[in-house]
Structures are given as C-alpha cells and as structure tokens.
Design a protein around this ligand. Structure first.
Ligand SMILES: NC(=O)C1=CN([C@@H]2O[C@H](COP(=O)(O)OP(=O)(O)OC[C@H]3O[C@@H](n4cnc5c(N)ncnc54)[C@H](O)[C@@H]3O)[C@@H](O)[C@H]2O)C=CC1
Ligand SMILES: C[N+](C)(C)CC(=O)CC(=O)[O-]
Length: 470
C-alpha cells in the first residue's frame, strides 16, 4: 500500500488555495493555516471551482479526495507533513518569520516549497535553521490546472530533496522545471513582467485599451505559445531555412528598438484609474468567480486538445493519466469506467452531446477487451474487435463536471462474438443515464475480416459471458 501523503499549506490565499486543491484532488491529506478569518470561505470557493474543473482534464476518474483540515497554529499544521508549501504575501520578513516557525516543528526531511514569484532561494534561506530544506516552487494561477512549477535551489540545497520534490510534483500532475541558476523572478515571471510593462505603455500612450491588448494576445501569439512556446514557434517562422534565417531576418529589429525596454511608466493614480475603468468596461459585468469559471473551462478545453495531440502540456496529461488508469476488477456487472464529463463534450442544449455517449461506451468496451486479454499489445499484434451494431437509449441528461460510471455485463461471448450491455450511471446517486447494447466481432487487422480470437482470449470471453448470465 502506498503511503498517504500530507501537505501543509501556510497561507491560503489565491495561490495557497490552488495548491490545496491540487494536492487534495490528487488524494493527499491537506492541512491549512491562514490567520484570515475569511480563509475557510475563500478556500471553499477555490475548491468548488477546482472540483468542477480538474477532473475534466482526464479520461479516468481521479483518486479519492484526501481529508482537508484547518488549523490554528503553524506548528499544528506542519507537524509530520511531507510537503510544506509557503504561500504567504510576497514580503521577505513575513516569509522568514514563517520559516522559523515551520522549522521549529517540521520533519527534517520534509520539503519546504515557497510560491514566491520573485525572491531567489538564497534570499529565502537567509537565517534559516536548515537552509537546504527551503526551495522555490513557483506555481502559476490556477495552480489546480496549470502544471508549471519553477523549482529553484541553491548550493545549500540537498540534491536528494530536490529530486524527491520533483517526483512528488510529477505524481500530482505538475511539471517541475528545474531552474539551473537562481535569478530574480525565475524564468517565466521575467517574460510576464516585460509583457506587462509594454502593455502599460501602450495604454498610457493611448495606443490600445486593456481589451485591445488582450485581443492582440488571445487571437494570435497567445494560442501559439501554449503549444510551441517561443523558440519552436520562431524556428517554424524561419521557414525551411529555420532558426538561423529567422535570427538573421528579425534579430536586427531588437536594436531599433520596438519596445520601451526597462522604462516603467509611472503608475500615477490617473493611469491606474484609466486601466481599472477600461478593465471594468471589458469584464465588469462578470464576478471574479464567474471569470474564474470561464478561464478554467477555456483552459481545460485547450489542454484537452493538446492532450489529444500528445503535445506540450497535453503530453504531460497523458503521462499522468497512465497513473490514474485502474485495473478492471471482476464483477457482475463490472465497473468498466469511471470519469468526469469534460467541458468540451457539451452542446448547444447545455448537456453532453449524444455523440459522446458513443465515446464513453467505446472506452468502456476497450476496458473489457483489455480485461479478456485483447489489450494494446494484442491489437498491436494484428487482432482486435470491431463494433458492428449498437443500440443506445438516452434516459437522462448529464452535464460538464458530472462524474459518471459505466457498469458492463458481457451478454454473449462465443467464438468471434462479443456482446456487452453497458449502463452509464451518475456517480453521486446511481441514476441510469443511458444504456448501450454493443455487439462486436473479432477481426484480423491484416485482412480486415472476421476471424477467431486467440484461444486464451476466446476462453476468457466465454468465461465472462457465463459468469454474467448468473
Ligand atoms: N497571485 C498570483 O498570481 C501568484 C502569486 N504567487 C506568490 O504566492 C504567494 C502568495 O500570493 P497570493 O496567494 O497571490 O496572495 P494572497 O494575498 O491571495 O494570499 C496570501 C495569504 O497569506 C495569508 N497570510 C498572511 N500572513 C500570514 C502568515 N504569517 N501565516 C500564514 N498565512 C499568512 C493571508 O491571510 C492571505 O490569505 C506570494 O509569494 C506570491 O508572489 C505565485 C504565483 C502566482
Ligand atoms: C503576477 N505574478 C508575478 C504574481 C504572477 C506569477 O507569479 C505567476 C502567474 O501565475 O502568472
């Protein structure tokens, strides 16, 4: 049995709440300390969003949620915890004070990660009892969906602890990017700051509004960056001549310069008010929670497309998903699938589109095939089952974010024939949402014609059909 992991979250604001959700929904127990009297309510709302969003990323159910608890002291929160994530305000004095409290109690081999956006790990480690235990683990909002964690240590850091931290982050679906050398604001926030600085100038100089700037990003290079980043995108932009040609052609522009470089526009009250007013015009009709839901749905849908392509963050999702795939257990019926309906499966009627029922029952059938030995290797060796007939009954609606289960009985299993009766149920109340009578025939992928299954597969299919008649 694998050890139950515990995370201690110190500071449960926007980022601490996101970390809590990430760990909790991956089955860890989570303890939280935050002196804010509103912390429980705020974290409850972040968790509500995360519970709706994160499971939609995957095609299998996530682990059972861990236990969540709130504590009155740092000491009680961190005692015995495997991972301690500090997400208090971006002030070095507060962070140092918190580390002193944490290290007076926590295990010496516990990981202390800091969410700091800008401080170098050597600054965080100053004056600490065990400096090597503290490392930067800088996340991106929303932490429960975006996988990047910039990990930064110093020469004081224990390499084994850094490696363990990487492994644990990976196990909860995150992408630890090990930053080679400490630097203010790590890697990504340096870009974000540069872009933000330019955007402030464009507003101050009356060139563009907040909405026009957002449009310039989201209709163009923002989409590109999500799948290829900067350098791969520019390699392609160099045409057949590639990166070298691109640099020769556009490198000189850097000298002109198009940008204001390190100049920062003075954030006068007038400029700040202008930006706030433009932002209100743009999005003031939605609450922050509504905007978060919209953002989460968009992120999930984009990342699921990358998952289907197996690229960028989608590749990471596919890797993590392998750890979520359960072994199908015997039973009558068998629990052949557990998953959450993703946001990109709904239609104009506001419910799951009928085409997606076919996908779910097909996925359930693949689990049954794997169970009888017609697994990926079997198919790779040229034998498989094809569906030749289905009868689906749509009995109740299901919506994005709803957890469903498929229960399957093998109603016929002899020779080339394999027939399954699937029932799709809502996980929370067991209501039957749809049924599917699916008839499959065994085929050779070489001749594309029916043929007898391998004897061991035929025997398992027959045994399963017999067991499911009882
Ligand atoms: N908001 C963002 O977009 C990102 C922020 N970060 C970093 O995460 C950290 C936290 O930032 P946010 O969550 O945005 O701030 P926040 O203001 O939303 O949350 C900070 C929380 O810390 C609590 N707090 C204050 N003193 C504390 C103490 N002594 N012990 C425990 N809790 C205490 C506050 O009550 C508050 O709930 C910062 O270091 C920030 O740079 C990192 C990535 C993104
Ligand atoms: C604005 N910020 C510097 C706090 C942003 C980050 O640190 C990362 C993010 O989520 O954009």
């Amino acid at each position: 049995m694998t050890k139950k992991m515990t995370a201690a979250i110190i500071g449960g604001g926007v980022i601490g709440g996101g970390w809590a959700a990430r760990f909790l929904l991956n089955g860890w127990d989570v303890r939280i300390f935050d002196p804010d009297l509103q912390a429980q309510r705020k974290i409850g709302e972040v968790l509500g969003n995360a519970r709706h969003a994160l499971p939609m990323l995957y095609d299998y159910a996530m682990p059972e949620e861990g236990a969540l608890s709130f504590h009155d002291t740092v000491a009680e929160t961190v005692e015995g915890a495997d991972w301690i994530q500090e997400s208090v305000p971006e002030r070095l004095d507060i962070k140092h004070k918190v580390y002193a409290e944490i290290q007076s109690v926590c295990a010496e081999d516990a990981i202390i990660g800091s969410s700091t956006s800008g401080y170098k790990p050597s600054e965080l480690q100053q004056g600490a009892a065990r400096p090597g235990q503290i490392m930067v683990c800088h996340p991106f909002n929303p932490v429960y969906i975006l996988p990047l964690i910039e990990m930064v240590g110093t020469e004081m850091s224990d390499p084994a602890l850094l490696d363990r931290a990487s492994e644990l982050l990976t196990s909860v679906g995150l992408y630890p990017l090990r930053v080679r050398k400490e630097i203010d604001a790590h890697i990504a926030d340096r870009f974000l700051e540069a872009v933000w600085r330019e955007a402030l100038w464009l507003i101050k100089d009356g060139i563009a509004t907040t909405e026009e700037i957002d449009n310039a990003i989201r209709y163009g290079f923002g989409i590109r960056w999500a799948q290829m980043g900067l350098f791969e995108t520019y390699r392609v932009a160099g045409g057949e001549a590639g990166m070298k040609h691109f640099i020769d052609q556009f490198g000189p522009c850097l000298q002109w310069p198009w940008t204001k470089l390190m100049d920062v526009p003075e954030l006068t009250d007038e400029l700040a008010q202008m930006i706030a007013d433009q932002s209100d015009d743009q999005s003031g009709h939605l609450t922050i929670r509504q905007l978060e839901r919209k953002r989460d749905g968009n992120l999930i849908a984009m990342m699921r497309s990358l998952k289907q392509q197996g690229n960028a963050s989608g590749r990471l999702l596919n890797e993590h998903e392998k750890t979520l795939r359960p072994e199908l257990q015997e039973g009558n019926p068998m629990l052949s699938l557990r998953r959450t309906i993703p946001v990109d499966w709904t239609d104009a009627n506001g419910h799951m589109n009928e085409g997606r029922y076919g996908q779910i029952f097909s996925d359930a059938a693949e689990e049954v095939m794997a169970f009888v030995g017609a697994d990926d290797d079997y198919v790779a060796n040229g034998l498989s089952y094809f569906t030749v007939e289905t009868t689906t009954k749509y009995l109740a609606e299901t919506h994005a974010g709803e957890a469903v289960e498929v229960h399957t009985r093998v109603t016929e299993g002899k020779g080339k024939k394999l027939r399954c009766m699937h029932e799709m149920r809502r996980a929370k109340d067991g209501e039957i949402l749809a049924t599917c009578d699916q008839f499959m025939l065994h085929v050779s992928l070489e001749t594309r014609r029916t043929c007898d299954p391998a004897p061991e597969v035929a025997a398992r299919v027959e045994a399963l059909a017999a067991a499911h008649q009882e």
